[in-house]
Every structure is written in structure tokens, then in C-alpha cells.
Ligand binder design. Structure first.
Ligand code: SAM
Ligand code: ZN
Length: 344
């Protein structure tokens, strides 16, 4: 082993000494509320880690603590000054708005090169999930590799890390898109333009072909709103021979518990049919009709075992009833009772 390589092994990395944790934490927390251009908007990933933390950790794992580099920073004063500079660099690096600041990233890359004798290690994240670590490794100018056993995670990583660089600097291919605005297409902006154009085209085509399956909801004021969800209840026939209604199997009647906007389904029994209304009383104690052990008929109170429900299901005798629709109101959700006769 050469003495150079040996001294490399001995060097302490910045992360072993200190990093500006408070700023890293603040920026990591702030990232959660960023809704535009953040990878989290590409696809929901359940265990995504903050970019700011990954960026800071990768950087400070690769950069030497200045005290380990007496060749570059011989006095303690110089070491302290350099550590302060590195802290300031990290504090700028972790700010989301600086993510594409090429000068800043180049400065960080230079520091990494200085600490790795111009030969930084490739970064491999075998459990890459939403791709935070390989993305940040790539941003810092490192060779990045990712894998995951979940194919969704693999697709996210391909879309985030592998594919964009292949189209770097290229204009969009959507007919005419590149001519409409005369500009160059730095980084993945050309690809992004195509994703927007083809994405819109796919939405329009889907709307044309299956849009009729998603009717708008009529609001009480006569206008129409986009439906977010149709809330259905499964039903089985009540085994009580005196009753025999299609009894709804509902775990909870609650639709929303947001303070001031509480809403729940109210089943109204009319003869042998059930109709649904919406209630808003926040103090209402309301539970569903089905639990771990069985269900209760809302009309006659008969307790029904899960065994019966399962066998009705297997026999193809389960029904469903629309209980409510959730629609997009003016920046709030609107809960609507189904129009009468909407049973199947
Ligand atoms: C905590 S998540 C990673 C989160 C990631 N750092 C991010 O920021 O999104 C852990 C990941 O490990 C993956 N995983 C679990 N067991 C694995 C295995 N044996 N091989 C490969 N990936 C695995 C999971 O699918 C999951 O995506
Ligand atoms: Zn009954």
C-alpha cells in the first residue's frame, strides 16, 4: 500500500466530526410542503427520505474533516476556518431552491474531489425506494447506482435517475413543440415538455373514451362538481326471515373528521329499504355495522356471523349500495347523499 493510500484510510470524514444538523433538519422538514417539481410528486412513495438529509450526508461522508488534512490546512486556525466554510457550503446546499444551482453543486463536487484524490467512489443504494440517495449522489456529480426488490421503486428510480440524463439537452419530439418557443432545452427540460404534452394527450384520450363512466355530481346550488370518490357499502341479505333487507356492511359511517367539517353517513330505514343521508353533528357517536366478529342488521338488530357473510359472498349474493359521493368543492370536500334510486 502506498503511503498516500494509507493516509487516505486514516483521514476522518467531516460526518465523523460534525455537521450543521439544525439547518439540515429544518430544510428536511420544509421539503415536505414543496408541491412543485419535487420527486415526491412523481409518484407517491411510502418511505421517502428527505433530499436535504441525503445531500448533506453524502457530502459529509466523502469530504475530509479539515483536521485530517494538515497538508492543505496546516494550522488549527486554518482547519477551523475551513470547517466553517464547509458548514456554510452544506447550509446552502440543503436549501431546496438551490437544488439546480450548478455553480454551488460544482463547488461541492470540487470539495469531494479534493477529499477523494480525484477519484470518488461510486454510490450504490441497494434499497433505493423513492430514489433519494442515488438522486442526490448524481446531483453531486457522483456515479450512482440503485436497486430495490419492489418494481414500483425500480420504476421511480428509472424515471428519476436513469432516463433523464439520456435526454439531457434534447428538444421535445412532440410535433411542433420545439418550434413554438425558440429556446435551448437544458438538462431534462425537453423531456419534461414531452411528458407534459403526451401526458395531456393521454388524459384527453382517456376522458374521451371512459369519461362518461365518471359523471359529475350535482351540488345543491345547481352547479356541478368533480367527484373524488364514490363511497359504497357491500350488502348481504339479513338472515332474519322477518327482515330479509339488504343489510349494509360498513366498518365506519364517518366520511370526514376534520374539525368543523365533520361528516358521516346516516342510514334511514324506510320499510324494507335503506336510504342514506349525510349528518354533520360533531358530537355524534356513530359506529359501523361490521367488525372482526360479525355484523349487525341496522333494521332488526340481528347479529350475523362472518361465516354467513363469507358464504353469501362465495355464492355470489353480495350486493352493493352507494352511500355517498365525495366531490371537490371550492377548496374543500363536499359530501353528498346519493340521488335516490342509485342502488344496484
Ligand atoms: C426505507 S425504504 C428506502 C427509502 C429510500 N431511501 C427513499 O428515500 O425513498 C427501504 C426499501 O428497501 C426495499 N427492500 C427491502 N428489502 C429488500 C431486499 N431484500 N432487496 C432489495 N430491496 C429491498 C423496500 O422495497 C424499500 O423500497
Ligand atoms: Zn334484519
Amino acid at each position: 500500500m502506498s503511503s498516500d493510500a494509507h493516509s487516505n484510510v486514516q483521514r476522518r470524514k467531516l460526518i465523523e466530526v460534525s455537521i450543521p444538523l439544525q439547518k439540515v433538519n429544518e430544510e428536511s422538514a420544509r421539503e415536505k410542503s414543496i408541491r412543485h417539481g419535487h420527486p415526491s410528486t412523481l409518484h407517491l412513495w411510502w418511505a421517502r427520505r428527505p433530499l436535504a438529509a441525503a445531500r448533506a450526508v453524502l457530502f459529509s461522508q466523502l469530504v475530509d474533516d479539515p483536521a485530517s488534512r494538515p497538508d492543505l490546512y496546516p494550522t488549527e486556525a486554518e482547519q477551523i476556518a475551513e470547517r466553517k466554510r464547509l458548514f456554510e457550503l452544506i447550509e446552502r446546499l440543503v436549501v431546496w431552491e438551490n437544488s439546480n444551482d450548478e455553480q454551488l453543486l460544482a463547488e461541492a463536487h470540487r470539495k469531494i474531489m479534493e477529499s477523494t484524490d480525484g477519484n470518488p467512489p461510486p454510490i450504490l443504494d441497494p434499497f433505493a425506494g423513492g430514489g433519494t440517495i442515488p438522486l442526490e449522489a448524481q446531483r453531486l456529480g457522483l456515479e450512482a447506482h440503485a436497486s430495490d426488490l419492489n418494481p414500483v421503486a425500480v420504476l421511480i428510480n428509472k424515471a428519476l435517475i436513469e432516463i433523464p440524463p439520456k435526454f439531457a439537452g434534447q428538444p421535445p419530439v412532440w410535433p411542433g413543440a420545439a418550434d413554438e418557443t425558440i429556446q435551448d432545452w437544458p438538462r431534462a427540460t425537453g423531456l419534461a415538455e414531452d411528458v407534459r404534452r403526451y401526458g395531456q394527450w393521454m388524459r384527453d384520450e382517456a376522458q374521451k373514451r371512459i369519461g362518461h363512466l365518471y359523471p359529475k355530481a350535482p351540488l345543491p346550488d345547481g352547479t356541478e362538481a368533480t367527484v373524488i370518490a364514490w363511497i359504497w357499502a357491500r350488502t348481504v341479505t339479513c338472515p332474519n326471515p322477518e327482515c330479509r333487507i339488504a343489510m349494509p356492511l360498513v366498518r365506519s359511517w364517518w366520511l370526514g373528521k376534520k374539525k368543523g367539517k365533520e361528516a358521516y353517513v346516516v342510514p334511514v330505514i324506510e320499510g324494507k329499504t335503506v336510504r342514506y343521508e349525510i349528518g354533520h353533528d360533531p358530537t355524534k357517536e356513530t359506529d359501523g355495522t361490521v367488525g372482526r366478529t360479525g355484523a349487525t342488521c341496522i333494521r332488526c338488530g340481528t347479529a350475523v356471523e362472518l361465516k354467513y357473510i363469507r358464504s353469501e359472498g362465495r355464492a355470489g349474493r353480495m350486493g352493493e349500495q352507494l352511500m355517498a359521493t365525495v366531490a371537490e368543492g371550492d377548496r374543500r370536500r363536499v359530501y353528498l347523499a346519493p340521488a335516490s334510486g342509485f342502488h344496484r
